[in-house]
Design a protein around this ligand. Structure first.
Ligand code: 9MR
Length: 747
C-alpha cells in the first residue's frame, strides 16, 4: 500500500471537537505522556473523528458506531493531532479497545498529520468483544510537532462498534526489541532418542556445502561422526538448514551432544525411560485441571489448591447454574469436569474430543501389537481414585465424562437430550486467579448439535471401555449417548454463535457432518447396531479424504471415527478400505515429514501454523502410529517417533514445548493458576504440560507486539499473556498423552 494513501491530514478538516490543551503529568522520571485526554475524562476533548462516525463517551470510554460500506481503513478515523515526536526517542503506544461483533480490525497509527503524511508506526490488531490492552514500543524516525495518533476503523462491509480507552503515547521509554534466545544452532530432541529408533537433528548454518558432524558421549568422547545433508531454505522458519542422521548409533546413555559447524547441541539421552515418564506426566496433567475438587498436596506436591466452583465464596459455583438470559429457565448442577485450559471455562465440544483421545490411548493399548494396558493400570497417576482397582486413566477421564453427562438438557425441557455447548464466566477474568477465587457469575450457553454429538460419541465409547469395570456406569453412558444421538438427529443444525466469546471461548463449528459420523461410528462400535452402521456407511464423510495438512482437532473430528473404525474390532462392510484410507493418509504425512528439514508431518497451507499447532503436529503423528498398528511397517512407526523430536526441541526456536522436558522448555504457559510468571508464589504448569505452540495468526497483544512479521515456527513466545501461542488445554495434552504412549511402547 502506498504510504501516502494513508494520509490523515485531509481528515482533520472534519474535526468533530476542537483541540484543547490539557496538562498531563509525566508517568515516570523520564517518561512523558504525549496524548491529551487519553482516558476520556474530559469527554472527547482533543480528539476528532471523521463525520461519518457517531462518536461519544460511553461508560468512560470513547465509542464510535462505524458505518458499513466504506472502502478503506482511513475512511473512518478517530485521531488526535499536534503530538510532538523526537527523532531517535522510543515511545510506548498503548490503548485498550473492543470491537462488536468480534474480529474487526483497528489500524492504530502514529504518524505525521501534515505532508508528507508518513506513518511512523502502525499495528492492526483484530479486536474482541471483551477487549484487550494493546501495548507496543517503537522509535520515532524524525522530529515533528505535527505528529498524530489515529485509529482507522473503516473498510468494513458491515457496521460495527469500536470503543477505546487509556490511549497513551509515552515518550522516553526504553526500547524493547524482541530476539528469542535460540541457543546452539544444532537442534536436537533435548530429551531422548529411542536406542533403536530414528535419530535426526537439524543444523542452522549459512554453509551451502555439507559439513562434518560428530556425536559425543557424556565424557566428550566422539562415538560417531558423519556429514550433514544441506537442505536449503526451510519454509517453516526461513532458515538455511542442513539435516543430520545419526540413527546408526544405538548405544544407551545420558548426556550426549551433537557437534557441527562449531556448535554443540543441548544434551540428550539415548534411551526409552523418558517416554514412560512423559506418558505418565502428560496424563497426570488432568487431575490438577479438575474443577469441583480440592487438589491434594500429597498427590501433587506444590500444586495443592482449594476446590473451584463449588459455591464457596467468592465463587458462585457450578452446582446450580442458570442459563444466559433468555436461553432456558431451569438450572443445572454442572459441577466437576476439567477446566478447559488457562481459563475457568468448561466446554462440551473440547471435552468430548479430549475424552476420545485419552480413551483411545487406552483402547489402543488393548488392541495394538505394541500396546500395553498395564501402562494405565490402577495406581499409575497418583489421583484420589488410585487404589480402587480401576485403571487410573479411566478414573481420570470419568471425572470429565460425569460432567459431560450433566450438561445434557433434562427430559421435559425444550431441546431435551441435547447438550449445552459450554458453561463459563459471564465476563473474562484477569490473571492470576485461582479457580476458587473466581467471583464471576457462571452461565450455561445454548445447546448445540456439535456439543450433543461430542457427548454422544464420547459416552458411546465410554460405554464399551468402562463395562468391564462398572456395568452401571457403562449402561448410563450408553443411554445418554443414545438420547443425545436422537436429539441431534431431531436438531441437526443448531450451531454455536461465533460471537459468543465473552468470558469464554466460542468453539464455533458450523460443519457437523463429521461429528455425526464420529458419533455414529462410536455407537456402532459399541452396539453393532444396524442403524448406526448404515449411518456410517451412508455418510459422505466415510469415503472423504479427511487427512488434511492441519490434521484433526476439536472442530474436525472425522479422524476420530475413521481411526477407531480401522482399529477397534468390528464387522463393518468394507473395513479394509477404511484401514487403507488411514494408511494412505499416513503416506502423505510421511512424505511431508521426509521433505521437511525439521522432520515433521506438518506443512499447513500458505505456511500458516494454526492455533495449537504442536498438537496438530502430534495428531498427524497419531495417524502415522495408527498406520504402523495396521500394517506393522517400520517407516510409519519411525515417522511417529521422529515427530516427537520437534516437540521436544528439534525446531527453529530450539525449545521443548513440554514443561519440564529438555534443557530449554516452555514454562510460562497462559494459565490463571499456574501463573508463576506473574506471581512467584504460584507454581508453573506441571511437568508434562504441552504448550499450544507457534500460531501464525498471533491474536494476542503480546505476540502482536513482539512477533509482527514472524515466519511460522517463529510465531511463538513463552509468555503467560500470549494466549494465542502459549496456552495449555485438555485437548492438546491428550494428543501428547497419546503419542507419548505410542513412543513409550516402542522402547
Ligand atoms: O483451541 C482453540 C482454537 O482452535 C480456536 O481457534 C480458538 C478461538 O476460537 O480457541 C481455542 O480454544 C480456546 C478456547 O476458546 C477457550 N479456552 C482456551 C482454548 C485454547 O486457547
Amino acid at each position: 500500500m502506498n504510504r501516502r494513501r494513508t494520509a490523515l491530514l485531509s481528515l482533520t478538516g472534519l474535526l468533530a471537537t476542537a483541540l484543547t490543551a490539557l496538562p498531563t503529568a509525566p508517568a515516570g522520571a523520564d517518561e512523558v505522556e504525549q496524548v491529551k485526554n487519553g482516558t476520556f475524562d474530559n469527554g472527547t476533548d482533543s480528539w476528532w473523528t471523521t463525520s461519518n462516525l457517531t462518536a461519544g463517551v460511553t461508560d468512560g470510554r470513547l465509542c464510535a458506531d462505524v458505518p458499513g460500506g466504506t472502502a478503506n481503513r482511513w475512511d473512518a478515523t478517530i485521531g488526535q493531532n499536534d503530538i510532538a515526536l523526537v527523532a531517535g526517542e522510543s515511545y510506548r503506544f498503548s490503548f485498550t479497545a473492543t470491537g462488536t461483533p468480534a474480529d474487526h480490525v483497528v489500524r492504530a497509527v502514529v504518524g505525521l498529520s501534515a505532508a508528507p503524511y508518513d506513518t511512523y508506526y502502525e499495528v492492526s490488531p483484530q479486536l474482541s468483544v471483551s477487549g484487550n490492552t494493546y501495548s507496543y514500543t517503537f522509535t520515532a524516525p524524525a522530529d515533528t510537532a505535527q505528529g498524530q495518533v489515529a485509529f482507522q476503523i473503516g473498510g468494513s462491509a458491515e457496521p460495527w462498534r469500536f470503543c477505546t480507552d487509556d490511549v497513551s503515547l509515552l515518550g522516553g521509554v526504553a526500547p524493547e526489541p524482541y530476539e528469542p534466545d535460540t541457543g546452539p544452532r544444532v537442534r536436537v530432541n533435548q530429551v531422548a532418542y529411542l536406542p533403536s529408533g530414528p535419530k535426526n537433528a537439524t543444523l542452522v548454518t549459512d554453509a551451502a556445502e555439507k559439513l562434518r558432524w560428530r556425536l559425543e558421549n557424556r565424557d566428550g568422547r566422539v562415538v560417531a561422526h558423519g556429514w550433514t545433508v544441506p537442505r536449503g531454505t526451510d519454509v517453516s522458519s526461513g532458515q538455511n538448514v542442513h539435516s543430520i542422521d545419526f540413527g546408526r548409533y544405538k548405544k544407551r546413555g545420558e548426556g550426549y551432544t551433537l557437534v557441527a559447524d562449531g556448535e554443540t547441541s543441548r544434551p540428550f539421552d539415548i534411551g526409552a525411560r523418558a517416554y514412560e515418564t512423559l506418558l505418565t506426566d502428560a496424563a497426570k496433567f488432568y487431575y490438577p485441571q479438575r474443577s469441583g475438587l480440592a487438589i491434594r498436596d500429597d498427590l501433587r506436591p506444590g500444586y495443592a489448591r482449594p476446590a473451584g466452583h463449588l459455591g464457596v465464596a467468592p465463587n458462585q459455583g457450578d452446582t446450580d447454574v442458570p442459563c444466559q438470559p433468555g436461553v432456558c429457565d431451569y438450572r443445572l448442577d454442572v459441577s466437576g469436569g476439567w477446566y478447559d485450559a488457562g481459563d475457568h471455562g468448561k466446554y462440551v465440544v473440547n471435552g468430548g474430543i479430549s475424552v476420545w483421545e485419552l480413551l483411545s490411548t487406552y483402547e489402543r493399548a488393548l488392541h495394538a501389537r505394541t500396546g500395553d494396558p498395564s501402562a494405565f493400570r490402577d495406581g499409575t497417576l497418583d489421583i484420589p481414585e488410585s487404589g480402587n482397582k480401576v485403571p487410573d486413566l479411566l478414573d481420570e477421564v470419568r471425572w470429565e465424562l460425569e460432567f459431560l453427562l450433566k450438561m445434557q438438557v433434562p427430559q421435559g425441557e425444550p431441546l431435551a437430550g441435547m447438550a449445552h455447548h459450554k458453561i463459563h464466566d459471564e465476563a473474562w477474568t484477569g490473571l492470576p486467579l485461582l479457580p476458587s477465587d473466581d467471583p464471576q457469575k457462571r452461565e450455561l450457553h445454548p445447546p448445540t448439535t456439535a456439543a450433543t454429538l461430542n457427548l454422544a460419541a464420547a459416552a458411546a465409547q465410554a460405554a464399551r471401555l468402562y463395562k468391564p469395570h462398572d456395568r452401571e456406569f457403562a449402561a448410563r453412558a450408553l443411554e445418554a449417548a443414545r438420547t443425545a444421538w436422537a436429539a441431534a438427529l431431531a436438531h441437526p443444525d443448531v450451531y454455536a454463535d461465533e460471537n459468543d466469546g465473552i468470558g469464554g471461548g466460542a468453539y464455533p463449528d458450523r460443519n457437523v457432518e463429521d461429528e455425526f459420523y464420529w458419533a455414529a461410528a462410536e455407537l456402532y462400535l459399541t452396539t453393532g447396531e444396524r442403524d448406526f452402521r448404515d449411518f456410517v456407511l451412508d455418510s459422505p464423510v466415510h469415503t472423504a479424504d479427511i487427512f488434511g495438512p492441519l490434521g484433526f482437532d476439536w472442530a474436525r473430528t472425522a479422524a476420530a471415527a475413521r481411526l477407531d473404525l480401522a482399529t477397534v474390532p468390528n464387522r463393518l462392510p468394507g473395513r479394509d478400505k477404511v484401514r487403507r484410507s488411514v494408511v494412505e493418509g499416513a503416506d502423505r504425512y510421511l512424505a511431508t515429514l521426509k521433505a521437511h528439514p525439521y522432520g515433521i508431518p506438518y506443512a499447513p497451507e500458505d505456511n500458516k501454523y494454526d492455533w495449537g499447532s504442536t498438537h496438530q503436529v502430534l495428531n498427524n503423528a497419531v495417524v502415522l502410529a495408527t498406520a504402523y498398528d495396521i500394517t506393522g511397517a517400520a517407516k510409519y512407526r519411525d515417522g511417529a517417533v521422529q515427530t516427537m523430536d520437534y516437540v521436544l526441541g528439534r525446531n527453529a526456536l530450539n525449545i521443548s514445548y513440554v514443561t519440564g522436558y529438555g534443557e530449554a522448555a516452555a514454562h510460562n504457559q497462559h494459565s490463571r493458576w499456574y501463573a508463576r510468571q506473574l506471581d512467584p508464589a504460584l507454581p508453573q504448569p506441571p511437568d508434562g504440560s504441552l504448550s499450544g505452540g507457534p500460531n501464525s495468526s498471533i491474536q494476542d497483544p503480546v505476540a502482536q507486539a513482539k512477533l509482527q512479521g514472524c515466519v511460522a515456527q517463529f510465531c511463538y513466545i513463552d509468555d503467560i499473556q500470549s494466549w494465542s501461542t502459549n496456552e495449555i488445554t485438555i485437548n492438546w495434552n491428550a494428543a501428547l498423552t497419546r503419542v507419548a504412549a505410542f513412543v513409550a511402547d516402542q522402547g
